[in-house]
Design a protein around this ligand. Structure first.
Ligand code: GAL
Length: 701
């Protein structure tokens, strides 16, 4: 132990400690000498201070002044603060295996296949929110461990006297019953290797703390409208002719489709990558032109491990780490030289030639796989970063680099990434991986919204046609409507079984499943303008477009346990079923009147209800007074698309909805955005106040 504990007076400056208010309800505290390379160091989006100032503070944190402590330890820095019995904790990035993190120890290590509930994930974020009215962000790229009320200090229990009392029950669960604190314990934040740390506190209720954190990160992203449409990733072994086949297929089948993704086979070598077209794609320029002529955007799979045959291998060599991954270099994106080499090549070779985005794979390390899947934590990079820091920074740096190219070209992208971290909300990238079951996918969507992340419950492996429908239902109400067919030469609605798909055999009912999938694609397309408004809100106010129920209902204790329903935009509550659920599940609706989105039927909230849904149905409920604008589905979105709108209204209460209109694909929206304001009042017809140059028409209204 190095020195004594230092007590920190909340909101009062002490010698050797620095504390300042960054914006309304955001406080920064500096303990000791923080490290150079942190999420803040690499930030490329300014804090949206004016927006933060507009957000109310409905709750004040209950932390007492004298209760926050820090110390230097032999292994780094430790911070402690109180956590009370019954305090609920959420966040820590993309968590798939747990929801309420109180009573848990979270190890924030980046890992592509976390095998149990340790906190490890593709996208760890050292940020949590508490039901006691605050959020806390530790500005570090270290494998920080957060003990959320698992420990109390020596002597804390010395006054306990109970002895020789009969066991009410003798079982493992009774013996281990103190898992969740029955009395006040401590949050202990253990940050290895560092000699100091910056902490940020965010005040408010659940929603307000998340909004503050997202606006502190730079606000949410606004994807291009096409990015919110349907996506399909084509079989990895495809060639240029197969791509042509798919471009024709979707249009012929009347299945809306905006983006086609190419998998590793397009590289002349992968893994690691050459970033050069393979012989299977003799005329990529022609392919891009043809696809875009039919309304498609193309997205390219890659990772950042650079194969010796890559055109910029030699140039990059001095700016890479001292270990390889899959025989490739690991670029040090903390160095502007490495950044520029990678950026220039991607701009000239792909972005300028019309590639609309990338799938940034494998940047999330793996500790449990054989072979050279990742570099060691002891790696050294020319910038001075070590392997541990680089693992945590890599996903965010990679996104920043790719985003920067599109930003300079004044084109928006919507792309994919397998690792992310702190301060990522402004980046238009969606996380993915198929290592989870459907329930975990849904929990991932609910949790990702606490930490400025977007998560795709991609449809990839399905047991059968009904499982496909269940998964697709979740996907069409997610941040990213993606079917990942990288292992299937034919679409999954024709055959879900991989072997039979490879053999070209259709499954029983293929026609029925094709029809049902088409309907779900159309449903997604009808939701685009509504979802776009949710993203504009994310950008402006930091409210996540997809989020946990408890964020909208902070006073509702029952909502705090709900990890299998989520809000989709301002007014829709989606309660997906998995194939394993069969055709009914329990849903929880907060107090008040709710409406079935599809039938309009009113349902009283405030309790759990059993709902039935056949395999071709998904329960979606709408808030009282909601206005949901719905577009007539288009086959794809392009620069001239004008959506023909219908409007659904629910309940008697006053309602308002704002549709945002711009070019849907450049950054010009930052200066000009037009609106159509929809308003309803009891007993009066819907009022539509139309701005100029709208990309919406309201013929029926
Ligand atoms: C995986 C990724 C898949 C697919 C595959 C190609 O890591 O999750 O979606 O892209 O790589 O090799």
């Amino acid at each position: 132990m190095n020195g004594s504990r230092n007590k920190w007076k909340l909101f009062t400056r002490q010698e050797g400690e620095h504390m300042e208010q960054i914006a309304k309800g955001i406080w920064k505290v500096v303990f000791g000498e923080p490290e150079k390379y942190t999420p803040e160091y690499f930030r490329s989006f300014p804090i949206k201070k004016e927006m933060i100032d507009k957000i109310t503070i409905s709750r004040k944190p209950k932390i007492k002044e004298e209760d926050l402590e820090w110390k230097k330890t032999k292994r780094g820095v430790a911070i402690t603060l109180p956590i009370s019995a019954g305090e609920d904790i959420y966040g820590f990035g993309l968590q798939l295996r747990n929801f309420n993190q109180a009573g848990k120890r979270r190890y924030l290590k980046v890992n592509s296949d976390p095998v149990s509930d340790t906190g490890e994930t593709h996208a760890p974020v050292p940020f949590y929110i508490s039901s006691e009215g605050y959020g806390l962000f530790a500005n570090t790229f270290r494998y920080a461990a957060f003990s959320m009320g698992t420990s109390s200090e020596r002597g804390k229990s010395s006054a306990m006297t109970a002895e020789n009392e009969p066991h009410e029950e003798f079982s493992e669960s009774a013996l281990y019953a103190l898992k969740r604190a029955g009395q006040e314990r401590k949050v202990i934040i253990d940050i290895p290797a560092a000699k100091g740390i910056e902490l940020y506190f965010f005040e408010g209720d659940f929603m307000e703390t998340v909004q503050r954190y997202n606006l502190f990160s730079g606000g949410g992203c606004i994807p291009p409208m096409w990015g919110l449409g349907m996506w399909y990733r084509i079989y990895g072994g495809s060639c240029q002719t197969d791509v042509k086949h798919f471009t024709e297929y979707f249009r012929k089948e009347n299945m809306p489709m905006d983006v086609l993704g190419l998998e590793p086979g397009w590289h002349s070598h992968s893994y690691s990558c050459t970033y050069k077209w393979s012989d299977l794609f003799p005329h990529p320029g022609e392919m891009i032109k043809e696809a875009s002529g039919q309304g498609y955007k193309l997205n390219l799979w890659e990772h950042l491990y650079v194969y010796p045959k890559a055109p910029f291998y030699e140039e990059l060599y001095p700016y890479s780490g001292d270990y390889e991954v899959w025989n490739g270099l690991v670029p040090d994106f903390a160095m502007k030289e490495a950044w520029k080499i990678f950026e220039d090549y991607h701009r000239e070779t792909f972005v300028k030639k019309g590639i609309a985005g990338f799938k940034l794979d494998e940047c999330d390390n793996s500790d449990y796989n054989p072979s050279n899947w990742g570099f060691p934590d002891a790696s050294e990079f020319p910038s001075g970063m070590d392997g541990e820091q680089m693992h945590l920074a890599m996903g965010v740096l990679y996104q920043n680099l790719i985003y920067g190219i599109y930003k300079k070209e004044n084109k928006r992208t919507y792309s994919q990434v397998r690792s992310s971290g702190a301060l990522a909300s402004p980046m238009p990238f969606v996380l993915y991986s198929d290592l989870y079951d459907h329930k975990q996918f849904i929990r991932g969507m609910v949790n990702a919204g606490f930490s400025g992340l977007l998560w795709c419950p991609e449809v990839r492996s399905c047991k059968n046609g009904d499982d496909l429908l269940r998964r697709l239902q979740t996907v069409v109400f997610s941040a990213h409507a993606l079917i990942n067919g990288w292992r299937l030469p034919n679409p999954p609605w024709e055959q879900t079984d991989i072997k039979q798909n490879l053999a070209g055999e259709k499954m029983e009912g293929a026609e029925y499943y094709t029809k049902e999938c088409r309907k779900l694609f159309e449903l997604r397309m009808s939701l685009l303008p509504y979802l776009y408004s949710a993203y504009v809100d994310y950008y402006r106010t930091g409210k996540p477009p997809i989020r946990a129920l408890l964020m909208d209902y902070p006073e509702d204790a029952a909502a705090r346990a709900v990890d299998d329903e989520f809000l989709f935009g301002e007014s829709m509550l989606v309660c997906p079923l998995t194939y394993e659920d069969g055709i009914s599940r329990e849903v929880y609706l907060p107090k008040g009147s709710w409406y079935d989105f599809f039938t309009g039927e009113m349902i009283k909230g405030g309790e759990k209800t059993e709902v039935k849904a056949q395999y071709d149905q998904i329960p979606v409920f709408v808030k009282e007074g909601a206005i949901i604008p719905l577009a007539r589905p288009v086959p794809y979105v392009d620069k001239d698309t004008v959506f023909e709108m219908d409007v659904k209204m629910f309940g008697e209460a006053d309602g308002k909805f704002i549709l945002f209109s711009d070019d849907f694909e450049t950054f010009d929206f930052e200066n000009t955005q037009n609106t159509a304001v929809l308003e309803k009042h009891p007993g009066k017809p819907l009022e539509v106040i139309k701005g100029n140059n709208l990309r919406y028409s309201f013929s029926g209204i």
